[in-house]
Design a protein around this ligand. Structure first.
Ligand code: ADP
Ligand code: MG
Length: 759
């Protein structure tokens, strides 16, 4: 029996889904597959696992819940444990790098990728009595595949007399892809719709669409906090850097502490401003001046302590909610606005450490208004309490992928109508709310797509293709995808896997099977499989782990300092990186040597208890270092399980590779990335009339018409090797190669026979 705390029970009773418990459980008992659609915040994720638990689904087997986002898996497992008064031994989570699952686990939250790996070793998922695929509307690749697989697993379990229930949970978006898809479910599954208590949200479009949506977002937040009644603010922008910069500006503008004397404060703030603001901020300053001018008189708040906040009393006078986007000029200096309520401003994005993410669920300090600046994480997966105002930039950042060339680029683009409506809906949980869209209704109507494109149609499917082949799915083309990837994507994945040697004539090879066991891309799996033979494993594990984690080495300091200081920091970082690259084969290992040394040095610093300073001083993302460590551990375990005689360990004091080892690592990189070779464009090849200097760092990559370039920070810019392999090509103002290593032309014949025509 579950005994819940009183306040938790009270909060639960307010959730619309609780009134539907009986109907939901009846439908689940009578059907094998149930689709549960309900507005975000109606209580699906936190309550349905509890319903199932109380109905006895965890008595003999586990209740499995998948989330596309790691943030959600961690945060929801904690919340459900808390609500049920159970420990995290019983309500646990498992994501790629970490987890707290035990033998006592009854409800297991995991990322969809984790469950997909489990299908590989236990196709019938026999330790589960029920699987919930949450956030299915997000259309993440893994959830899509899992729906397809489970549509087959459920009948198989039924036939064995050991039934498995499948519950697909989603916001009320585009259900038809799941419900009227005959290939997926021959008999249409049962559908339950939960009506959320959603208060009306008034949508305010901007009259004009200002390109600088960050500035617009800032202005809007300032206006809300200075003019509108109580209620949290949720701002949607596109990425981590945008989130951080907006948070900083808002914290400066609405500080939590105030000095008691105006003059003193004036002086101090001016100095601080001069030190911290660059010309980019001028526009924002102008707007602030305007806001300041309008405020009748500055009211000085006595100095306050972090746990003693006083509430300014004149913030609720103006209930005009139509905040126009008019412009106005003034000469007053930028000052913190002290006659407004202090703003408790928090960032939220997926790479944020999880204890910081949890902060958005806590009440702000007394007297403060909550303001969360978020990426689209807050769109559907996390419901932030007490939001009354949503500020929507209308933008989203997507990783675009060219199906033919493999070039990736991050593009900031308009989100879909469906997403924009989801974002607006976040304002109507508490009571009637307002959504300020920083774009015009014309842009919304004419430019926004109805729905976002499912992820499976936007990225390479190599790892999926191989995993499916290993599950004996012969014709991947015939797999019951909710939305199928296009044929070109499947064909090029197959071709790359053939080149890699993971497939031969469409059949999985022994290498392919080995490769598929690793929780990394097939090309990295191959590097691991090869290193075993050459006794280089410790280095390859470290390198593969580092290559599998995003943004390990920063290029630009995130610190808020002057451009001059930023430049100095960058110069210091690149000097260190050149030193890390070393000489000889080590230097030729290039960007990847830098990565290896950076990880090695960071681990050493960590063993001395100095990780944080080390990362800050050398431009490493600390969370990345921690993830790399976990992935190294995990890869090591996988290898030990498959090759028991292997003696590899994760050594925090791994010495740098010797010259010979560095050379072997270059060959291993070539073996894994043989389809990503580029050849230097010689001056003779530059066309008549073209500026030769522009082609100094230019290469010709296979598949690509346009030249690609060594990136700004590459340690190989001085050497300019004739042949290189690269980790990926990305596009900003030009095409750049990331993760570059020099290779010798004579190696091509051995490692990538099909590429020999290049040399
Ligand atoms: P859905 O899955 O339907 O979007 P959820 O089950 O995630 O809804 O959320 C139900 C309610 O639980 C929301 O009001 C949300 O704010 C609250 N909630 C979720 N996680 C937490 C948490 N960690 N702390 C406090 N409240 C939370
Ligand atoms: Mg949910």
């Amino acid at each position: 029996d579950v005994i819940r705390k009183e306040d938790i029970q009270k909060a639960r009773l307010k959730l619309p889904i609780l009134a539907e418990e009986q109907q939901i459980m009846e439908t689940i008992n009578e059907n094998f597959v149930v689709i549960l659609a309900g507005e975000t915040g109606s209580g699906k994720t936190t309550q349905v696992p509890q319903f199932l638990y109380e109905a006895g689904f965890a008595l003999k087997k586990q209740i499995g819940v998948t989330e596309p986002r790691r943030v959600a898996a961690i945060s929801m497992s904690r919340r459900v444990a808390e609500e049920m008064n159970l420990s995290t031994r019983e309500v646990s989570y498992l994501i790629r790098f970490e987890g707290n699952v035990t033998d006592d686990t009854k409800i297991k939250f995991m990322t969809d990728g984790v469950l997909l790996k489990e299908v590989q070793s236990d196709f019938l998922l026999s330790k589960y009595s029920v699987i919930i695929l949450d956030e299915a509307h997000e259309r993440s690749v893994y959830t899509d595949i899992l729906i397809g697989l489970l549509s087959r697993i459920v009948p198989l379990r039924h036939k064995k007399g050991d039934p498995l229930k499948l519950i697909v949970m989603s916001a009320t978006l585009r259900l038809e892809d799941f419900t009227i898809n005959q290939r997926l479910f021959k008999n249409p599954p049962a559908v339950i719709k939960v009506n959320a208590r959603q208060y009306p949200v008034t949508i305010h479009f901007n009259k004009r669409t200002n390109e600088n949506y960050l500035k617009e977002a800032f202005n809007k937040a300032v206006k809300i906090n200075t003019k509108l009644p109580d209620g949290g603010i949720l701002i949607f922008v596109t990425g981590q850097q945008e989130v951080n910069s907006l948070v900083r500006k808002l914290r400066k503008t609405f500080p939590l502490r105030h000095k008691s004397k105006l003059l003193e404060k004036d002086e101090e703030m001016k100095n601080e401003r001069d030190a911290n603001y660059t010309s980019d901020d001028e526009d924002i300053e102008n707007d602030l001046k305007k806001t300041l001018k309008k405020s009748k008189k500055l009211k000085i708040i006595p100095q306050i302590d972090l746990d003693d906040y006083s509430v300014p009393d004149d913030t609720e006078n103006n209930s005009d909610t139509d905040l126009s986007d008019s412009e106005e000029d003034s000469q007053a200096p930028l000052l913190p606005i002290t006659n407004a309520q202090p703003l408790w401003t928090l960032p939220l994005y997926s790479l944020l450490p999880s204890h910081k993410q949890q902060k958005v669920f806590e009440a702000p300090p007394p007297g403060c208004r909550l303001c969360v600046v978020s990426t689209n994480v807050a769109e559907t997966s996390l419901t932030i309490p007490n939001v009354k105002y949503v500020v929507d930039s209308g933008k989203t950042k997507v990783k675009m992928y060219d199906k033919v060339t493999g070039v990736t680029s991050y593009v900031v683009d308009w989100t879909s109508k469906a997403s924009a409506d989801q974002r607006a809906g976040r304002a109507g949980r508490l009571g009637p709310g307002h959504c300020y869209r920083l774009y015009s209704s014309a842009v919304f109507n004419d430019t926004f797509q109805l729905f976002s494109i499912p992820e499976i149609q936007q990225k390479p499917v190599d790892d999926l293709y191989l995993q499916m082949k290993c599950m004996n799915i012969d014709k991947v083309v015939n797999f019951p995808f909710p939305t199928a990837p296009d044929l070109l994507q499947l064909k090029s994945a197959e071709a790359r896997l053939e080149t890699l040697g993971a497939l031969k004539g469409g059949e999985v090879t022994a290498l392919g099977r080995a490769v598929s066991k690793f929780p990394v891309l097939p090309r990295y799996g191959k590097m691991l499989a090869l290193s075993h033979q050459q006794d280089l494993l410790a280095y390859t594990i470290c390198l593969v782990a580092a290559l599998s984690v995003q943004e390990v080495l920063l290029e630009v300091p995130i610190l808020q300092t002057s451009p001059e200081e930023k430049k100095q920091i960058r110069q210091k970082w690149s000097a260190t990186r050149r030193q890390w690259a070393g000489q000889g084969n080590s230097l030729f290992l290039g960007d990847n040597m830098v990565l290896l040394k950076a990880v090695g040095a960071a681990e050493y610093a960590n063993s001395q208890g100095k990780l944080e300073t080390f990362c800050a001083e050398n431009g490493l993302r600390q969370k990345a270092v921690v993830e790399i460590r976990k992935l190294r551990q995990q890869l090591t375990t996988v290898i030990k399980n498959n090759v028991p005689e292997s003696e590899v360990i994760v050594d925090p004091k791994l010495p740098p590779p010797t010259d010979l080892q560095a050379k072997l690592l270059r060959q291993i990189l070539l073996a894994g990335m043989g389809d990503q070779v580029a050849k230097k464009i010689s001056p003779e090849e530059v066309k008549e009339g073209e500026d030769k200097a522009k082609f100094k760092y230019a290469y010709h990559a296979n598949n690509m018409e346009e030249p690609v370039f060594l990136h700004q920070g590459s340690v190989l810019k001085k050497t300019l090797p004739e042949f290189v392999v690269y980790q990926e090509i990305y596009e900003t103002n030009k095409m750049y190669m990331r993760g570059v290593t020099a290779i010798e032309p004579e190696w091509l014949a051995t490692y990538v026979p099909s590429m020999c025509n290049l040399s």
